[in-house]
Write a protein that binds this ligand. Structure first.
Ligand SMILES: NC(=O)c1ccc[n+]([C@@H]2O[C@H](COP(=O)([O-])OP(=O)(O)OC[C@H]3O[C@@H](n4cnc5c(N)ncnc54)[C@H](O)[C@@H]3O)[C@@H](O)[C@H]2O)c1
Length: 357
């Protein structure tokens, strides 16, 4: 088959003029959401942040969003169809409560919460209000992962046998000062992207085993910054997510490898070579006794993949179906995160079914 026929770009629905209102207008909205939405032609109509200057910055960057003085004011605006929430995870539940009460659809940030019980409340609030609720797991639309998904579904690697995502980089933690004091760090805020991608590609594993460590020179950063997580699947598939944020001397490396009985996909995650500007991913497909083929990829994880979760939410509203990154399903990713922390704390393998009701 012609590898160039693989259409890995985010797909838009027929209706894309829903009015978007931002709640929380910090870094990720400014350098990822806005440029992605501008590229997709989405309509950004309102902005609210407890720091007015952040909302003003978003108004300036979009050229279309008006600054709201309160969340109530933004929610009362009939031009706002979708609330795009990007606050810290511990602040998300209170915002969701108000958004659901106003009957608005919403895109939440990942992780849904830093507490599994609160994440289930977030999901329940949307269900009771009858509104669509998606989570911003945009790595599913990162070109290398999106293309791999299509290739795996088409049977191009046969039965998957081994999956690896390994990242070794010097991460600019100063971009998220609030993370330095967090009691959980690497798995909950970073590997969660890779863990969600593994679940997207291969489903939920039977067992989770995770080891967490700190770097000797990580100073005030409180929690784990080097982690290794292994998933065991019922059919013998093994998946590895290994991440080190303190590669201070060697060149950065960020690779994915998905091996199967009929072929192999190998690539690089461009963003992690120079966060947040990064570079496009690469992807190579190999089969025994045939020359490897490269799939040309020209988009960036940040910002291009950020079109995906919002486009998926819009399609769900338009067709009254579940969003591609529906939050009820996202609880299964959060189960893997909780399982990873339980595994690390208790030095044992954990079944995801041990987590939550
Ligand atoms: N999907 C991704 O790839 C990705 C990447 C980075 C960050 N994030 C997530 O996005 C969220 C924001 O991260 P950030 O890097 O933009 O942080 P940030 O600190 O730059 O911005 C957060 C903003 O939220 C505002 N805020 C806090 N509580 C609020 C409230 N109750 N109402 C209105 N505004 C409020 C703050 O004033 C701040 O401007 C976090 O949950 C983070 O985990 C996701």
């Amino acid at each position: 088959m012609d590898i160039n026929s693989i259409d890995w770009r985010p797909q838009l629905g027929n209706k894309t003029d829903y009015g978007i209102g931002f709640v929380g207008c910090g870094g990720i909205v400014q350098y990822a959401h806005i440029p992605a939405y501008q590229k997709a032609g989405f309509r950004m109509v309102a902005a609210y942040d407890i720091k007015r200057e952040s909302a003003e910055k978003v108004a300036e960057l979009t050229g279309t969003a008006r600054v709201c003085e309160s969340l109530d004011e933004l929610l009362a605006d009939p031009a706002v169809d979708i609330v795009d929430i990007a606050v810290m995870p511990w602040a998300q539940l209170d915002v969701v409560r108000q958004v659901a009460a106003a009957g608005k659809h919403m895109l939440c940030q990942k992780p849904l919460s830093d507490n599994f019980g609160q994440a289930t409340q977030i999901v329940e609030l949307a269900r009771l209000a009858g509104v669509k609720q998606a989570v911003n797991h945009q790595m599913r639309w990162d070109s290398g992962i999106a293309a791999s998904k299509i290739m795996i579904e088409r049977g191009m690697i046969g039965t998957p046998t081994d999956a690896q995502i390994q990242v070794s980089s010097a991460t600019p933690w100063h971009m998220w000062p609030w993370l330095a004091t967090a009691s959980r760090l690497e798995v909950q805020y970073h590997s969660i992207h890779y863990i969600d991608s593994m679940r997207f590609l291969f489903g939920s594993p039977e067992w989770v085993t995770s080891r967490h460590a700190k770097y000797a020179g990580q100073g005030d950063v409180r929690a784990e910054t080097k982690t290794i997580t292994v998933f065991d699947y019922a059919n013998g598939l093994q998946a590895l997510v290994a991440v080190n944020h303190y590669n201070m001397h060697a060149e950065a490396s960020a690779i994915f490898r998905f091996l199967g009985t009929e072929g192999a996909i190998e690539g690089t995650i461009g963003l992690m070579y120079n966060y947040p500007s990064g570079r496009p991913d690469t992807l190579r497909y190999s089969q025994k006794d045939q020359p490897p083929v490269d799939l040309p990829l020209d988009e960036f994880w940040i910002p291009d993949a950020f079109v995906g979760p919002m486009a998926g939410l819009m399609q769900a509203i338009e067709t009254d179906t579940l969003p591609a990154t529906d939050t009820a399903d996202n609880l299964n990713t959060l189960r893997l995160i909780e399982a990873a922390y339980l595994s690390a704390a208790e030095h044992r393998s954990v079944r995801p079914s041990e987590i939550g009701a």
